[in-house]
Ligand binder design. Structure first.
Ligand SMILES: [Zn+2]
Length: 312
């Protein structure tokens, strides 16, 4: 039976309406070598629940939390968040990028199949002894505009796990066309490109890049939406809107996902950020203003994330 695997168990895909496919509900990114800032999203449960309440009130029904081991993934936290918020929460699996690979994962010492076996077990049995299962592989990334040897191994393992479980793969590909190289490794492993989402595509706003990924069958994700209110980023968003409208015009509505990648306290409404509701409050109204139809917006925010999260 086709289903979406949430942290509270499988649900019928029709339960998912408006869905954010790339978010975090807590994450720590500052602890690695040579990072001198203190980038994190709080683990204060009451603060996050208030933010999620606003999302639910706006019409949100589900989100995928792509926080991975090495940046604080916590199945028990996600289960509590799901129970208390009333949202469907899908947990990601895999490893983020070289700088964040946890030593205990031993990425460079184990075979690719051994890594894949672990990802399959998380999707079919659960993480550790929790019984809480992953419902997507991601976010799987690269530190730089190329894949390190360790990252290539992780991408191969993720592709094999996707083939064995049906889980989709969501990537982290910033400020370059590295998503094309990520997709190439996944393709070499025989993945169904329809199960691949190249994330952070709005950080590299180049139409030909998008078209080539889509021609290969993958989806792209604009998921830095509303991340900052800086004037230059607002300018940048205008370009993203132009590109998105061009993709819609060319009939590619089924190959684009939208999200906000909340991963820093400054993004919370409590601290005058845009929270989990930027699509509702700002981005989608802009799209409508520019002529996107309600049917197209539903495809982008309901059907596409639902299809990506549906297994079997
Ligand atoms: Zn993210």
């Amino acid at each position: 039976m086709p289903h979406v695997m949430t942290v509270l168990g499988p649900v019928d895909p029709s339960e998912l309406r408006f869905t954010l496919p790339h978010e975090h509900t807590q994450i720590t990114l500052w602890h690695i070598q040579d990072r001198w800032d203190y980038w994190e999203l709080t683990r204060d449960e009451e603060i996050i629940l208030e933010e999620l309440r606003l999302f639910r009130e706006a019409g949100g029904t589900a989100l995928a939390d792509l926080t991975l081991p090495g940046t604080g993934r916590d199945p028990a936290w996600l289960r509590r968040i799901a129970e208390r918020s009333g949202l469907h929460v899908v947990m990601g699996g895999g490893w983020y990028r070289t700088a964040y690979y946890p030593a205990e994962a031993m990425i460079d010492r184990r075979s690719v199949d051994s890594l894949a076996d672990e990802l399959v077990a998380e999707a079919t049995v659960g993480v550790g002894g929790t019984g809480i299962r992953t419902g997507i592989l991601g976010e799987i990334g690269t530190d730089k505009p190329w894949l390190t040897p360790a990252e290539e191994r992780v991408f191969r393992a993720v592709a094999r796990a996707s083939r064995r479980t049906g889980l989709a793969v969501s990537t982290h590909a910033v400020l370059s066309d590295v998503g094309a190289a990520q997709l190439a490794v996944l393709e070499e492993e025989g993945i169904d490109p329809g199960r691949v989402v190249i994330g952070h595509s709005d950080s590299y706003p180049v139409l030909d890049h998008y078209l080539s990924l889509i021609a290969r069958g993958a989806s792209i994700e604009f998921d830095f939406l509303g991340m900052s209110s800086q004037p230059q980023e607002r300018y940048g968003e205008g370009r993203v809107v132009d590109l998105l409208l061009e993709l819609l015009h060319r009939g590619h509505v089924d190959h684009v996902l939208l999200s906000q990648d909340v991963c820093h306290n400054g993004q919370l409404r409590r601290y005058e950020g845009n929270g989990y509701t930027y699509l509702h409050t700002t981005f989608l109204p802009r799209l409508r203003e520019r002529g996107a139809s309600e049917a197209e917006i539903d495809r982008l925010t309901i059907d596409n994330p639902r299809r990506i999260l549906t297994i079997g």
